[in-house]
Design a protein around this ligand. Structure first.
Ligand code: UD1
Length: 430
């Protein structure tokens, strides 16, 4: 089992390049199989979730050529199997995007039902409601969702809640339905827009992505394309908070500053200076961080995927902060770990009350999920002494070369897998 071992206390200083957005890349890879022509995708992040989805896509018969770590060519012409293996959905829930892609293209898809996950129960009723509205017969058989239609017909769909996954999945299927689909109360996240732009570059006709009403006119066929994925706003935000929590100064490059506005606003509120450039943001930590309140919301609100990172930072900010999680039910699992590092954080329902402490101290902690894991790394970097983080496999799902990027900013962090390596690190850092 790999772990991170960190000696905290160094302010992170320097420049870092952000990879492509994982949450845009996942549906884009799934959508790439909707044509029988080759599709070239660039700026792909080299992270575990992406690699698993590529395996799932190859497994159903598509040709997948990884040209280099950030470029892949996919050809969906040879797909022979419309049923996705449980092994893949078990590893990444986002394999459910193959449901919308296969249903749109072949009018038939079978994908195992994703289970719960570490951040709480995550139903997909809105995805299924959308497929049914398009005329598909959707049932559950032997643990899998089976969706089938003679023809898919455009429809007027009103989502009961703002869901990124449902918006994208329905958008994919509707791209190849007959006639016009309108998705109301659609998610407005940048990755929804990126998937729409990608599908449009394949010949789809999608308008309004980025607003809460998306209009899609179905087409019979999609064609090959070449497409570059947008930068990852969550990876960027994680480095921005790493600068804040360590008293550092980081130029975060290859980003779209507009996508980071909610994060930027909070950093400024707690006393950091954020300078925006065309495709970069520079975060300089204030001498003293101060409290704030934050509530997670769908875009353009403050992202739930940035909640643990701000909470860790607020744990060493002066005053009492309140963090409210309004998207997922179980996203404070890191609080106990953070407490072991000396934080004063009390969780009541969907709210965490954080009394800032002067400093955190290193401890052995465990990453409960992807973003919380990254937040614990930030805590370790800010803490006095040595922190060991177990279960970093979660972090590797979504952060490319995380430890290398942090080291290039002056962090003392190593990936280790034995006690002996931990001892060696301890001796080295003194
Ligand atoms: C995506 C992101 C995830 C991010 C989340 C919110 C990917 C792979 N994951 O997850 O990192 O935290 O958006 O920005 O892109 N819901 C239902 N029924 C549904 C669908 C959703 O009740 O059919 C609920 C969910 O339980 C949750 C809320 O709606 O409470 C939002 O979920 P959703 O936006 O769908 O998140 P994901 O697409 O799963």
């Amino acid at each position: 089992m790999e772990q991170y071992v960190i000696k905290g206390g160094n302010p992170l200083v320097g420049e870092v390049d952000i990879a492509g957005a994982k949450n845009a890349a996942l549906p884009i890879l799934a959508a790439a199989i909707m044509t029988d022509e080759p599709v070239l995708i660039e700026n792909l992040p080299d992270v575990r979730d992406i690699n698993v989805l590529l395996e799932a896509i190859a497994e159903i018969g598509a040709q997948v050529d990884r040209l280099n770590s950030s470029t892949v060519r996919i050809n969906g012409s040879a797909i022979k199997d419309l049923s996705v293996d449980y092994e893949y959905i078990k590893k990444i829930r986002a394999s459910y995007y193959l449901l919308g892609a296969l249903l749109g293209k072949y009018k038939h898809a079978e994908v195992p039902l994703p289970g719960g996950c570490n951040i709480g129960s995550r139903p997909i009723d809105q995805h299924l409601k959308g497929f049914r509205a398009l005329g598909a017969n959707v049932g559950i058989s032997y643990g899998a969702i089976v969706a089938r239609a003679n023809v898919l017909k455009g429809s007027h769909i009103f989502l009961d809640m703002v869901s990124v996954g449902a918006t994208i999945n329905i958008m994919m299927a509707a791209s190849m339905a007959q006639g016009r689909t309108i998705i109301e109360n659609a998610a407005r996240e940048p990755h929804v827009v990126d998937v729409a732009n990608f599908l449009n570059s394949m010949g789809a006709n999608i308008r309004g992505a980025g607003t809460d009403v998306i209009r899609i006119r179905g087409v019979d066929k999609l064609h090959g394309t070449k497409y570059s994925i947008i930068p990852d706003q969550i990876e960027a935000g994680t480095f921005m908070f790493a600068a804040a929590a360590t008293g550092g100064d980081i130029m975060v490059r290859n980003v779209i500053p507009k996508h980071l506005e909610a994060t930027t606003a909070k950093l400024e509120e707690i006393g950091c200076e954020v300078e925006e450039f065309d495709d970069a943001v520079r975060v300089r930590a204030g001498r003293k961080l101060c409290r704030t309140h934050v509530k997670t919301l769908p875009y353009p609100g403050y992202p739930t995927d940035m909640q643990p990172q701000i909470a860790v930072t607020l744990s060493i900010a002066e005053g009492t902060s309140i963090v409210t999680e309004s998207i997922f039910e179980n996203r404070f699992k890191y609080a106990d770990e953070l407490t072991r590092m000396g934080a004063n954080i009390k969780v009541e329902g969907n709210t965490a009350i954080i009394d800032g402490v002067k400093k955190l101290t290193g401890a052995r902690v465990s990453a409960p999920d992807l973003r919380a894991g990254a937040a614990l790394v930030i805590a370790g970097l800010a803490a006095e002494g040595i922190t060991i983080i177990d279960d970093i496999v979660y972090i590797q799902r979504g952060y490319e070369n995380f430890e290398q990027k942090l080291r290039s900013l002056g962090a003392e962090i190593e990936k280790v897998s034995t006690e002996k390596e931990i001892q060696k690190f301890r001796l080295r850092v003194g």
